[in-house]
Write a new protein. Sequence first.
Length: 418
Amino acid sequence: MKIYQVGGAVRDRLLGLPVQDIDYVVVGSTPEAMLAAGYKPVGKDFPVFLHPRSHEEYALARTERKTAAGYKGFAFYTDASVTLEEDLIRRDLTINAMALGDDGQIIDPYGGQADLNARILRHVSPAFEEDPVRILRLARFAARFSAPGQEFSVAPETMQLMRNMVAAGEVDALVPERVWQEIARGLMEQRPSRMIEILKECGALARLLPELLRLWGVPQPLHYHPEGDTGVHCMLVVDQAAQRGYPLAVRFAALLHDLGKGVTDPAAWPAHHGHEALGVPLTDAVCQRLRVPSDCRDLAVMTTREHGVCGQAAILRPATIADLFQRCDAYRKPDRFRAMLLAIECDYCGRTGYETREFRQKAFLEAALEAALSVDAGAVAKACTTPARIPEAVRSARIDAIRAWRKNSGIAADDDEA
């Protein structure tokens, strides 16, 4: 029995990155031998065992055979005769198909170190096309390894293979939960736009997020958007969210906020009046299709609907601001409203030349919300002699609080569309 470190741990060590998780593969053993050595079985589809002391996972070397469409259609074979090279060749990319022995030697039968040095994402074997999840994983790796000047490119033959997979309908066989899982992971990487760019180039974006793909080629007013193209703008926005370290829900909202611009009247372009309302059903449809968790869905829908009005905070009347807070349920969920402002801040700064500008509407609306939250709604309700008047009385008190704050604070915001 021989044990090797494999996959990401070897890759990240060679890249000089922190090693988060270590995967082990065991060659020359059997389930019976692992049990006899004190390992505990945990694998459902193929033999994986927990080390009796460290509780780390150890998988028996295995081969696999495609039996049906999608990423679950595989039959696995494991035996003491399966070699390390046979186990490694079933992996997705050459940079993930290396092993490290206990003697410190790298086993690299498929050129992973050369591709790592050349910063190339290349499939190990034609078996890559048997698992459509690998398209999403490759795109996610591109988003992860994307420091300026150190981006990974996709080998031409691998890109063609992914296009063939899309054309063959393999991406259509993916279950929504797995698509969301990989997209969510990619959004949390260093540069999410690289993931979207790869999916766009291979054709997978047309199958997974056609509402987003529609934004490329849609012009915007150059006065507000020097970058011009709406698709380019959305990539700048989601990368802003990543650079600022914002959480997943904010990054997802940033990605989808402008979907409505893809369905506005082309005759009115580059203007997109009413795109916020047009985008709400599109954002909701994406969330329903991918079964997006409710926190991400709610923030994305709210950001799509409200980013335009929040960008005009300086010219809003106190009553309009109070109604915005009510519409967003900000009195009960102020933290979610503040998270929406983070996404809208990225919308503002995700424009060529605006990257480091201050989004003053954010502080403006946060302070206005604090003023509205200072109203004791319970006391206002007790003072009402007619229960039916309570909602309007509370609303009026909040409007007055916002008006008084605005008069006394001296805080201003830009009158500049975000």
